[in-house]
Write a protein that binds this ligand. Structure first.
Ligand code: HEC
Ligand code: HEC
Ligand code: HEC
Length: 439
C-alpha cells in the first residue's frame, strides 16, 4: 500500500522541535530550514554557517567555507542557479569544489528543496568575516580541475531502486540525498567515491567505524524492527542493544532527531528493503539471560547510591579469576574487574547501566561491544569520545594512562560482562596495533 504509515505513532518519543532559525518565518524559508537540518549543512559549516571546519580526507584537510549571505566572504553573490550548481555538481562560480562537500549525495536534491534552501539561506544572519582556516593543499595535490573526471565516475553516488512504495521513495531520498547516510556507512572505492556494490554495508571513519546498516541478520540491522530504527534515530539509543556515539551522536543531535515522524518512518521503511549485505564483521547475538540486571531499581538515577555501591565494590578486592576473560597479558595485581571499577565504573556504573538521563551511556548489551571486529571498541576506550553537545559529558581516552594489556583486559571484561558474550580474547598486541593505526 503505497504511502500508508503502518507504525503505532503514539509510541514514538516526541520530536525535537526545530528552533526557528529563519527570521523571515515564511512557509518557504521554514521549509528551507527543515531541508538544511535534514541535509545537516551545520555539521560542516558550523551552527552560524561561518565555515572553517576541517574535513579530514586522504589528501589532507579541506576546510568548509562561509555560506552566509555575506557578499565578501560568503555566498551573497550567488544566484539560485549558482547555488543549485554548487549543491548538485560541486561547481562554485569560480572553481570546482572538493567532494568533502557532499555534492555527490546532494546531486539528487529536488528543485523544490533547493529553492526552499536558497530562500532560507538569504535569511540567515550575515557573518562578515572569513573562516578562521581555509584549504591549502600542496600544489601537486591541488586537484580541483581533476575533480571533473572524478565526478564522471562518482556522481551521483547512489542509484534509485525500483518497486518502492511512496513512503520508501521518500525514505530513499532522505537516506541518499538529504541525510547522506552513505557518506559514513558506505565503504569507498579506489577513487574514494562511494562503492555502490557495498551500499551501506559499513565503513571505517577515522577512529570510529560506521557499522553495516543493511537488513542482514548476522552483520547488519536485519533484526531491528522499523520501530527500533525510528527510536534509535530519534533518541540515539536502543535499550540494551545500541548506542549512537561519536559521529553518529552528532548526526542525531544536529540533524536526525529534528525529522518529522513521517520522515523517520520513511527512512526506517526504506532501510528494511535495501539489499542485505553480509560482511565479515559478525554481531554476536545478544544472550539476554547473560546480561547483568541493574543492581537496584533506583541506582541508574540515584548518584549517591551509585557512589556508595562503587565504593563497596572497590573495597572487595577481586581475587577469583574468570577464565572467560582473557587477561593473560596483564602483569599486575589488578583483575579485569578491578580495572573496570577503577577506570570506568564512576561513569558507566558498576552494573554497566550508567546514568542515561545525564547522557552517560548505558553499555549493557550494546552492538558496539558485541562485534567480532573489536578495533572500533578498542578505539573508543583508547581515545575516548567527545559527546555531541558542549554540555554532554565526555569520555576520556585511556591510551596514555593504561598499558595496552590493561586496555585489552578491560575490553574483554566489558564484552563478556555487559555484552553477554561467551568469551573475548582481545590481546595487548591488538590494542597496540589499533593505537598505532588510529593515532
Ligand atoms: C560533510 C561536510 C559538509 C556538509 C554536510 C555540507 N558542506 Fe558545503 N562545503 C563543505 C566543504 C568542505 C566545502 C568547501 C569545499 C572546497 O573548498 O572545495 C563546502 C562548500 C560549500 C559551498 C561553496 C561555497 C563557495 O563558494 O566556496 C556551498 C554553497 C555549500 N558548501 C553549501 C552547503 C549547503 C547548503 C549544505 C547543506 C545542504 C552543505 N554545504 C553541507 C562541506 C560540507
Ligand atoms: C557522520 C557519520 C555518520 C552519518 C552521517 C550517519 N551515521 Fe549512522 N553511525 C555512524 C557511526 C560512527 C556509528 C557507530 C556509533 C557507535 O557505535 O557509537 C553509527 C551507527 C548507526 C546505527 C547503529 C548500528 C548498530 O548496529 O548499532 C544505525 C542504525 C545508523 N547509524 C543509521 C544511520 C542512518 C539511517 C543515517 C542517515 C540518516 C546515519 N546513520 C548517518 C556514523 C554516521
Ligand atoms: C568520565 C566519564 C567516563 C569514563 C570514566 C568512561 N566513559 Fe565510556 N563513555 C562515557 C560517555 C559520556 C560516553 C558516550 C560518548 C558519546 O556520546 O559519544 C561513553 C561511551 C562508552 C561506550 C559506548 C561506545 C559506543 O558509542 O558504542 C563504551 C563501550 C564505553 N564508553 C566504555 C568505557 C570503558 C570500558 C571505560 C573505562 C576504561 C569508560 N568507558 C570510561 C563516559 C565515560
Amino acid at each position: 500500500m503505497a504511502g500508508t504509515v503502518s507504525l503505532p505513532m503514539e509510541n514514538l518519543p516526541s520530536r525535537i522541535t526545530l528552533p526557528n532559525v529563519s527570521p523571515a518565518n515564511s512557509e518557504l524559508t521554514n521549509r528551507g530550514a527543515y531541508v538544511a537540518r535534514t541535509a545537516d549543512c551545520m555539521a560542516c559549516h558550523r551552527d552560524d554557517y561561518s565555515g572553517g571546519v576541517p574535513i579530514e580526507t586522504p589528501i589532507g584537510n579541506i576546510y568548509s567555507t562561509n555560506i552566509t549571505p555575506s557578499t565578501r566572504y560568503g555566498i551573497g553573490n550567488y544566484t539560485e542557479a549558482d547555488f543549485k550548481k554548487a549543491l548538485r555538481k560541486g561547481r562554485a562560480p569560480n572553481h570546482q569544489l572538493y567532494p568533502a562537500m557532499p555534492y555527490p549525495s546532494y546531486h539528487g536534491m529536488t528543485d523544490e528543496d533547493i529553492s526552499a534552501l536558497f530562500a532560507y539561506f538569504q535569511t540567515v544572519p550575515i557573518v562578515d568575516t572569513p573562516p578562521e582556516k581555509t584549504t591549502h593543499l600542496p600544489f601537486s595535490l591541488n586537484i580541483r580541475s581533476l575533480m571533473l573526471a572524478w565526478n564522471v565516475i562518482n556522481v551521483p553516488s547512489t542509484e534509485n531502486r525500483s518497486g518502492l512504495t511512496n513512503t520508501q521513495q521518500r525514505g530513499e531520498y532522505l537516506v541518499n540525498n538529504l541525510e547522506h547516510c552513505g557518506t559514513c556507512h558506505t565503504p569507498r572505492n579506489l577513487t574514494q567515491g562511494l562503492d555502490k556494490d557495498r551500499y551501506l554495508s559499513g565503513a571505517p571513519l577515522g577512529k570510529w567505524f560506521a557499522p553495516n546498516i543493511t537488513p542482514d541478520n548476522d552483520t547488519g540491522i536485519g533484526l531491528w524492527s522499523e520501530m527500533d530504527i525510528v527510536n534509535y534515530l530519534r533518541t540515539g539509543t536502543l535499550d540494551k542493544r545500541a548506542y549512537a556515539g561519536g559521529p553518529m551522536a552528532e548526526a542525531v543531535a544536529h540533524s536526525i532527531r529534528y525529522l518529522t515522524d513521517e520522515d523517520l518512518i520513511a527512512m526506517a521503511s526504506y532501510l528494511k528493503v535495501v539489499p542485505a549485505i553480509k560482511t565479515d564483521d559478525y554481531l554476536i547475538p545478544v544472550n539476554v539471560s547473560r546480561l547483568p540486571q541493574p543492581v537496584s531499581d533506583s541506582i541508574t538515577y540515584d548518584l549517591l547510591e551509585q557512589k556508595d555501591y562503587l565504593a563497596q565494590a572497590k573495597a572487595e578486592t577481586v581475587t577469583s579469576v574468570d577464565s572467560r576473560i582473557s587477561s593473560h597479558d596483564v602483569n599486575d595485581s589488578n583483575s579485569p574487574k578491578d580495572l573496570y571499577l577503577i577506570h570506568c565504573a564512576s561513569c558507566h556504573g558498576v552494573d554497566g547501566y550508567a546514568q542515561p538521563d545525564a547522557r552517560y551511556a548505558s553499555i549493557v548489551g550494546l552492538s558496539s561491544i558485541r562485534r567480532v571486529k573489536t578495533d572500533a571498541l578498542v578505539g573508543v576506550i583508547a581515545f575516548g569520545a567527545k559527546g555531541a553537545f558542549n554540555t554532554a559529558p565526555k569520555m576520556p581516552g585511556f591510551s596514555k594512562d593504561l598499558s595496552p594489556a590493561q586496555i585489552a583486559s578491560i575490553t574483554n571484561y566489558v564484552r563478556v560482562t555487559f555484552g553477554g558474550l561467551p568469551n573475548s580474547d582481545v590481546s595487548a598486541a591488538d590494542v597496540t596495533r589499533v593505537i598505532k593505526e588510529k593515532s
